[in-house]
Design a protein around this ligand. Structure first.
Ligand code: NAD
Length: 311
């Protein structure tokens, strides 16, 4: 959105955990945002959630009683229905029929291939996955991926709109189960469970290593960026110097674990102990507040600016 252009009209379909958060993203950016849910009471709950969280832009939100009403005039549709393939397939067929011909149809799906979701659409070139991280009004990254039938223009328009509303679209080249985010997340979780089961450390210690170690750098640099900064001469020297140590260690990483009830219980008890009197809702609110603080700091101190201050 250039400063002169009017924010586009957006429709959010499904107003659960993800749909309500997407509504906050679009509305705070000034987009006229129509929301529809098959369950009227859920839609009311979502509107109440938006009020409760005092999220800005609520004047741009319009609750709709039909899908047709919601997509009327929309330039972009963000589908947030339940994660069930037949449901998403019929929803996309309907969206394709009802939405303006120029609208981008995006799905929040965490797992499905857009090739399957868009099977019954006539205009699959405008269908794309825009997978958010929960909750998208706090965490900006969105994994964007199409199919062989998705037009480059659809990907470009989806990315343009997502950037304009303050998100960080990342385009994936092809479908893979879990996309990138969940594959990386579960790779770490697999090893965390392995270390716990092998008796190397308890759950609190493993969380601390990530929270007060790896995680601090990861808010600024990815795994490749970390490797590049871990050696004075950068990633080439890092890989040259450590390759056999890294690959030997990788060979020793744990297999896919089984989650016995006692194991889950052990993890849950450790987390309850660590939280003490603080409720889970308080932890979540604190986490969201702190993530916004980190984002603010990062925006105020982009890499180039930091370099200028180097002695
Ligand atoms: P949810 O169950 O909280 O919400 C789904 C909503 O869709 C419900 O309010 C339901 O009433 C509504 N719905 C059902 N059928 C509908 C229809 N035909 N038309 C319109 N609305 C309909 O689910 P969620 O957690 O918000 O997930 C939504 C999507 O986002 C899923 O595809 C999920 O995989 C994806 N996603 C979820 C997360 C997460 O952490 N929750 C993260 C990333 C992506």
């Amino acid at each position: 959105m250039s400063p002169a252009s009017r924010p586009p009209r957006v429709a959010v379909v499904g107003s659960g955990v993800i749909g309500r958060s997407w509504t906050a993203v679009f509305a705070r950016a000034g987009c006229a945002t129509s929301v529809f849910d098959a369950d009227e009471r859920q839609l009311e709950r979502a509107l109440a959630w938006l009020r409760e969280h005092s999220l800005s832009g609520s004047e741009h939100v319009r609750a709709c009683s039909t899908l047709e009403q919601a997509v009327d005039g929309a330039a972009y549709v963000q589908e947030c229905g339940p994660e069930q393939l037949p449901l998403k397939q019929s929803l996309f067929a309907e969206l394709d029929r009802l939405a303006p011909g120029s609208a981008v149809l995006a799905s929040s799906t965490s797992a499905f291939d857009m090739r399957d979701i868009s099977e019954a659409t006539r205009h699959s070139e405008r269908c794309v996955v825009a997978h958010p991280v929960n909750p998208p009004h706090i965490i900006p990254v969105v994994e964007v991926l199409g199919t062989a039938r998705t037009s480059p223009d659809t990907i470009a328009r989806a990315c343009e709109l997502l950037s304009a509303v303050g998100q960080t679209p990342v385009v994936l080249k092809k479908h893979v189960q879990g996309f990138v985010l969940n594959r990386l997340q579960f790779a770490l979780l697999r090893e965390a469970v392995h270390l716990l089961k092998a008796g190397v450390a308890d759950a609190e210690s493993i969380d601390a290593v990530v929270r007060d170690g790896l995680g601090l750098r990861w808010a600024l640099l990815g795994p490749f960026g970390v490797a590049d900064t871990n050696k004075d001469d950068g990633v080439r020297a890092y890989i040259r110097g450590y390759e056999s140590w890294i690959t030997d260690l990788m060979d020793q990483l744990g297999p896919t674990p089984t989650f016995e009830p006692e194991l889950t219980e052990r993890i849950a008890e450790a987390l309850d102990r660590a939280r003490g009197d603080v409720s889970r809702a308080q932890v979540r609110a604190w986490r969201d507040r702190m993530v916004l603080e980190i984002r603010r700091l990062k925006a105020e101190n982009p890499l180039g600016k930091a370099e200028e201050r180097e002695p």
